[in-house]
Design a protein around this ligand. Structure first.
Ligand code: ADP
Ligand code: MG
Length: 335
């Protein structure tokens, strides 16, 4: 039988050797990656500030135990890169803390290959972390802290909504939540693509941005509250539905209303929701073409009324009160 993998073997053979591949930071004389007590970051460029975010994935809560380890490795980094994207920050580096029941080489190799492939794409280097054992009945935990750079004062914050701004959303919504409900695999759920390039371009267009990890409704409420209690007028018929949800409507599995409720409340999307002044509409549509990503205008910001969402249809009719009520309770919360 093969000798069990030790913690230090694991770090040297599986992590350190792989982390440097395709990462220019590891070839710089003024930086230091895995192997010492701390990593050392190269200096930021003039006028930049550091953006830092942490996100954790817990077995049984954020992912199923039988998930493809490669997809899980991708996802734990992707959800963190999505936070950088939502701030308009350029990825620099990340750390990985892992609480593991054991060191299964096949599983870990797949996990790391998924994570490090995305790290190379995003030019975000793994520079350190921590590894700890868990009891046999414990849930595994993966925690990534990501660092990015953003020009001083130009980050896309949640508190930047202005009266009269348009509200926009990237991509399409609902497929990830639909996949969870039906315990199906879906690329949106397994391989989320953080909108890094979009976030960088939005710095010069958007007033505020957030990523939709907890569902559109919940995230809009976060923006409205952070921006001092403004309100949102949203067009129910403009919500872009994911292809799987659209198919479910065609097949009669979901009603049109149910489909939009899933799109509005479902979490795990990692799309960007942002606000921009109406003067930017043409530029935003051009940006969508350039980047090959759908950008849909779903409503607007109104300063009167306190932090609240007002839903209407294309023709101005109000959305059914029962549906609105259900949405208010439907966003994902942890407790
Ligand atoms: P320390 O005793 O200083 O915490 P460790 O023995 O935990 O050091 O780690 C040794 C080196 O390996 C450090 O550079 C640390 O950042 C890195 N490391 C440990 N675990 C991980 C991990 N899961 N991912 C990336 N780097 C790790
Ligand atoms: Mg340690």
């Amino acid at each position: 039988m093969a000798k069990p993998l030790g913690e230090f073997d694991f770090i040297d053979r599986f992590i350190k050797a792989q982390a440097a591949l395709g990462q220019p930071m590891y070839r710089r004389g003024d930086a230091l990656g895995i192997g010492d007590d701390c990593a050392l970051m190269p200096p930021l460029e003039a006028g930049e500030q550091l953006a830092v975010s942490t996100d954790m994935l817990v077995e049984g809560r954020h992912y199923f135990s039988d998930v493809d380890p490669k997809a899980l490795g991708h996802k734990v980094l992707a959800v963190n890169l999505s936070d950088l994207a939502a701030m308009g920050a350029r990825p620099l580096a990340f750390t990985l803390a892992a609480a593991l029941r054991g060191l299964d080489p096949t599983w870990l190799e797949a996990f790391l290959s998924g994570m490090l492939a995305l790290a190379r794409d995003a030019q975000c280097a793994l520079i350190g972390g921590d590894t700890t054992g868990m009891p046999a009945n414990g849930a595994q935990v993966f925690c990534v802290t990501v660092m990015g750079a953003v020009p001083m004062g130009q980050a896309l914050r949640r508190d930047g909504l202005c009266d009269g701004d348009d509200l926009w959303v990237s991509g399409s919504l609902g497929d990830a939540a639909f996949a969870v409900q039906h315990r199906r695999d879906d690329p949106k759920l397994l391989w989320p693509a953080p909108r890094i390039a979009l976030g960088l371009r939005l710095r010069s267009l958007a007033h505020a941005a957030i990523d939709i990890s907890d569902g559109l409704h919940a995230e809009i409420m976060h923006l409205l509250r952070a921006s001092g209690g403004v309100a949102a007028q949203l067009d129910w018929d403009s919500i872009p539905l994911g292809p799987r949800v659209q198919q479910a409507v065609r097949e009669g599995v979901l009603s049109a209303t149910q489909a939009t409720v899933i799109a509005v409340t479902g979490g795990d999307e990692y799309e960007l929701l942002f606000s921009a002044p109406p003067e930017c509409r043409t530029e935003i549509r051009d940006l969508a073409m350039q980047q090959g990503v759908a950008l849909t205008r779903i409503g607007e910001v109104r300063s009167a009324g306190g932090p609240s969402i007002h839903w209407h249809h294309h023709d101005g009719r109000r959305v059914d009160a029962g549906v609105v009520e259900a949405i208010g309770h439907g966003g994902f919360t942890h407790f």
